[in-house]
Design a protein around this ligand. Structure first.
Ligand code: GAL
Ligand code: MG
Length: 974
């Protein structure tokens, strides 16, 4: 029986020309009635290949779901560029996991005579449909739904057996080679629905920001020929809309009239329309009805629409005439338990979090996302770049011009646009990702430009012709990871022809996103630069049980907290499921942990995106500026906060002025700044003033800050008391278990590793410097220790002078970094403390983690954080937990005893439970054993983080030059 099956005989998994068979055209009709959900348990078996005979025994599995995380032996595999199998396109391997899903469906009795459609939300990568053993259809395009008309094979009131066969590898895998986990299964919902034979085949809405509304309907009849005298009507928030009779299907002179494809139009103008934009996403409810000649309703489609325009004017992308900044992120449909299946609540939580951290744009990297994502983007306010499911990364060049794949390129782009065209949030179409540039792209672009002239399209690969080109398949120059100086140079060159918005930048792998604020300083000051999309939202760690190495699947619900997997579990990355072909931790490169816990970079981003900013203006007080595009400040509340170095923090309510977008105003200083108190910083804490769909009242929005008075260098008065050192010149101190020594090494971040810096540091021997005291000299009560730190690449001389001062010891340090060490990780002191000092309090930047090139979002103030919460649990252990601009800190026990450190100037400090070595020698966070005491680093200089794991390194100004480095600090006992 199986060998005679025509669908199997077609072998669609190795026929790129076959994109579908028996599948209905994609459309944007949204019906709410007459549906039968088919999610739930299905009979299931996983065959070793599509040709293999069915086994007698079935198990059961839940739909929607990926079988790779549902208990089968076919586990997730992660590759970036390389294909997971050796076969060249269009071929796939003989070993080809094939899931067969089967269940009975009771077709409602009142569906007799109705048109009955099966919808499969998403299946990867080839779907074959049978009903009662009869072949119904085939579909590819793993992230879009497939619909099949079952009217001829099922009957109302009867039971039918639906079989969905899903073949994992195919010709299509070669154009779904995105940088993510490979899965197999039915990852979105399945359902049946019924309509009248006379039905809406599609609805297209155009709603402009001046209030013009046009609704185009396509009408078909299951019987073929259309009946006479059908008509359409609409309803916009309760207001009746009538069909445009000028555009009359019955007009015999109109050569658009067809016997089987009806076209009707509704035109309207909405006076005083509330326009849609990402700041104020005003939506209207539109209902479109198709009527029989007697007026009864045959079909209904529901839409939430927004009135807005998108256009490109020269090198500016305009939304409603405004040049908006694109503060974007790339987002995958990802979930740490299900792999790919995401619920409405999950997506809502993603978007709510992005709103709270100042994002206003999403690129649906690298395929059309779950349909609800776009509803949520419309509702919460995001500009969306909707991307087609095309990435042929490994064999990009060959496929881009291969005519066998032509149909697939056009099909995927067209189906995306047909499904998503009515979403106001989508302002740009994308032809896909990393697939070189060829005739197949131009064909897809041609289809799209003709079908939807209202939106620009972009394709990074087309930019190969140069950002200034005008004749390629991209209306936007959308490079990835372009050096900032190149972007600025292009914008200043006079040759810019189109907007420059990076489709990917600031790679968030591990402890990263250095120089984000430098990017935005340039973007906001350089006409022609308009923003970009951070790579990426998620760390795609899959929750794995360590004992059996399997993904937990949905059973892992609740087995993680605050970014960390529960004991016995970990966040798996490439290679953790026994794959031999994989790309390791490169899959963990998001701004949130796999459970959506924010990483510190999000606080940086929130501040960079601040809608309200302040500047210090000597004569006039403080200048406030509205940095939004469309709205005033009435949705915000403010509180002034004055932090003084002496420990005081004064607060006062702020009265926010009425400012239109772009406007500034000077206000008097809210405080009489006390003459004493030392260094002084004024912060405006800005929170939401009203209940918003994405934030309750009082949610922090930003905390812009200005310095009112500079620091005063603390002086320790020398006293007559000895300092104790051992024979090696190491300080003996009751609270220290390891004396302060020189540190030039940090546990390499992913950027350090992949950017090649860590290799150089290791070659120089910085990870294992050998210390030798050269001289220990007593001068009065001070001790001066000269030491040499020898590495394979050179010797570093370090001088430490320990002077007893009032209440403690002052430590003056100096190193001469030889020219050979021209770019080290840090220059500073490291020491370790006794156990029990579990609270860090400091005056400096915080409270979250910050580094020299990622510190714009950490205001100066008085902060207190338990030591165990200072460390950020990046999936692959690495340098973490640093705090920038620390002026002084205390480490104390519950009884308030402990130590206090005062620094000569704001320094990078870190207090963790881990030595750099502990972090370097482990591969997953769960392998780390926290030490009882604290490992404390005080750095005279700390290398910026950069983004070198994929993209530019940190700027030279954030690197450490050879030569003399001096720092000084005072250690006291509390
Ligand atoms: C880009 C690519 C992304 C991802 C990223 C690195 O080249 O488009 O899919 O691979 O680099 O994480
Ligand atoms: Mg790629």
């Amino acid at each position: 029986m199986r060998d005679r099956d025509p669908l199997l005989a077609l072998r669609p998994w190795e026929a790129p020309e076959v994109t579908s068979w028996g599948r209905l055209p994609m459309n944007a009709v949204d019906r709410r009635r007459e549906t039968v959900p088919l999610d739930g348990d299905w009979r299931f078996q996983l065959l070793p290949s599509p040709d293999a005979p069915l086994a007698a025994a079935w198990s059961s599995t839940y739909v929607p779901g990926a079988w790779t995380v549902q208990g089968t032996d076919d586990l997730p595999q992660y590759t970036n560029v390389q294909m997971p199998f050796a076969e060249f396109p269009p071929h796939s391997p003989a070993a080809n996991p094939t899931g067969v899903y089967e269940r009975e469906v009771d077709v409602p009795a009142d569906w007799a005579g109705r048109r009955i459609v099966l919808q499969v939300g998403a299946a990867e990568s080839v779907l074959l449909v049978h009903v009662d053993g009869r072949p119904v259809g085939v579909s590819k395009d793993s992230h879009l739904a497939a619909e099949f008309d079952l009217s001829a094979v099922v009957r109302g009131g009867e039971r039918a057996t639906v079989r969905l066969t899903v073949v994992k590898w195919s010709d299509a895998s070669h154009i779904e080679d995105q940088d993510q986990w490979w899965h197999g299964g039915i990852t979105r919902s399945v359902l049946l629905y019924a309509t009248d034979p006379l039905h809406l085949a599609d609805v297209s809405v155009r709603a402009s920001f001046e209030g013009g509304l046009r609704v185009d309907c396509l009408v078909r009849d299951a019987g073929g020929a259309l009946p006479a005298d059908w008509w359409v009507s609409g309803d916009l928030d309760g207001q009746l809309l009538v069909q445009n009779v000028e555009f009359d299907r019955a007009n015999a002179e109109d050569d658009r009239v067809s016997d089987f494809l009806g076209e009707a139009r509704i035109d309207a103008v909405v006076p005083e329309v509330r326009t849609w934009n990402a700041e104020t996403p005003e939506l209207y409810g539109l209902t479109v009805r198709l009527h029989h000649a007697d007026g009864t309703v045959a079909d209904t489609s529901y839409h939430r629409i927004g009135f807005r325009d998108v256009e490109i004017d020269g090198r500016d992308l305009l939304v409603n005439g405004e040049r908006v900044y694109i503060r974007g992120v790339n987002r995958h449909d990802f979930h740490p338990l299900t792999g790919r299946t995401v619920s409405y609540d999950d997506m809502r939580a993603d978007l709510v979090l992005l709103k709270r951290f100042g994002f206003n744009a999403i690129r649906t990297s690298h395929y059309p996302n779950d349909p609800s994502l776009y509803d949520l983007a419309d509702e919460l306010g995001f500009y969306v770049v909707d991307e087609a499911d095309i990435e042929s990364h490994d064999h990009a060049h060959e496929i881009a011009d291969d005519p066998r794949y032509l149909n697939a390129f056009v099909d995927r782009v067209a189906r995306m646009a047909l499904r998503d065209k009515n979403h106001p949030s989508i302002i740009i179409w994308s032809l896909g990702n990393e697939s070189d540039y060829g005739a197949n792209h131009d064909a897809a672009a041609g289809w799209l430009r003709r079908h939807d002239p209202t939106r620009p399209l972009q394709y990074e690969g087309a930019a190969k012709l140069g950002w200034a080109a005008t004749d390629d398949a991209s209306d936007i120059a959308c490079p990835m990871y372009a050096p900032l100086e190149d972007c600025v140079a292009h914008a200043l060159s006079g040759r810019q022809t189109r907007p420059l918005i990076q489709c990917e930048y600031s790679h968030a792998m591990g402890n990263s996103n250095g120089t984000l604020s430098d990017h935005w300083a340039a973007i906001e000051s350089t006409p022609g630069l308009q923003g970009g999309f951070i790579w990426e939202f998620w760390d795609h760690g899959i929750l794995q049980s360590v004992s059996d190495g399997r993904p937990t699947g949905r059973a892992g619900a609740g087995l993680y907290d605050n970014g960390v997997a529960a004991p016995g579990h970990r966040w798996a990355y490439g290679g953790d499921f026994g794959e031999t072909i994989h790309d390791g931790a490169f899959i963990a490169d998001g701004v949130v942990f796999p459970d959506r816990t924010p990483k510190p970079v999000l606080f940086e981003h929130r501040e960079i995106a601040a809608p309200l900013r302040i500047e210090c203006c000597r004569h006039e007080g403080i200048v406030l500026g509205n940095h939004q595009h469309f709205r005033g400040l009435d949705w915000l509340n403010g509180t002034w906060e004055l932090a003084l170095a002496d420990g005081r923090t004064l607060t006062a309510p702020a009265v926010l002025p009425e400012l239109v977008p772009g406007e500034t105003v000077a206000v008097p200083l809210p405080f009489e700044v006390p003459r004493d108190g030392g260094e002084a910083w004024l912060t405006l804490r800005v929170t939401t003033a009203e209940e918003l769909p994405w934030a309750p009242v009082g949610t922090e929005v930003c905390a812009p800050q200005v310095r009112l008075r500079g620091p005063v260098v603390p002086e320790g008065v020398p006293v007559d008391r000895p300092v104790e050192v051992d024979g090696e010149g190491l300080l003996l101190h009751p609270l220290l278990t390891a004396a302060p020594t020189l540190s030039l090494w940090r546990a390499p971040t992913d950027n350090d590793e992949l950017g090649g810096m860590a290799l150089r540091w290791r070659t120089w021997g910085l990870d294992s410097l050998v210390r030798k005291a050269v001289s220990v000299r007593q001068t009065g009560q001070s001790v001066t220790v000269l030491a040499e730190y020898a590495g394979t690449g050179g010797v570093v001389r370090h001088r430490q002078e320990l002077t007893p001062v009032e209440g403690g010891i002052r430590i003056d340090e100096e190193v001469e970094l030889p020219d050979e060490f021209d770019d080290v990780a840090r220059v500073g002191s490291v020491f370790e403390t006794v156990a029990g000092l579990d609270l860090l309090e400091w005056f400096g930047q915080g409270p979250w983690e910050s580094y020299p090139d990622r510190s714009a979002g950490a205001p100066v103030g008085h902060h207190a954080v338990p030591v165990d919460e200072l460390f950020t649990p990046y999936l692959r252990p690495q340098e973490s937990g640093g705090r920038h601009g620390v002026r002084r800190f205390t480490l104390s026990a519950t009884d308030a005893t402990g130590l206090a450190v005062a620094l000569d100037e704001p320094r990078q400090v870190s207090v963790t439970r881990f030595r750099a070595d502990d972090l370097t020698t482990t591969t997953h966070h769960d392998e780390l054993a926290p030490r009882a005491g604290c490992v404390v680093h005080i750095d005279a200089a700390h290398r910026g983080l950069g983004t070198a794991s994929c993209g530019p390194d940190t700027f030279p100004s954030y690197r450490i030059a050879p030569g003399l480095h001096r720092w000084s600090w005072t250690l006291r006992v509390l």
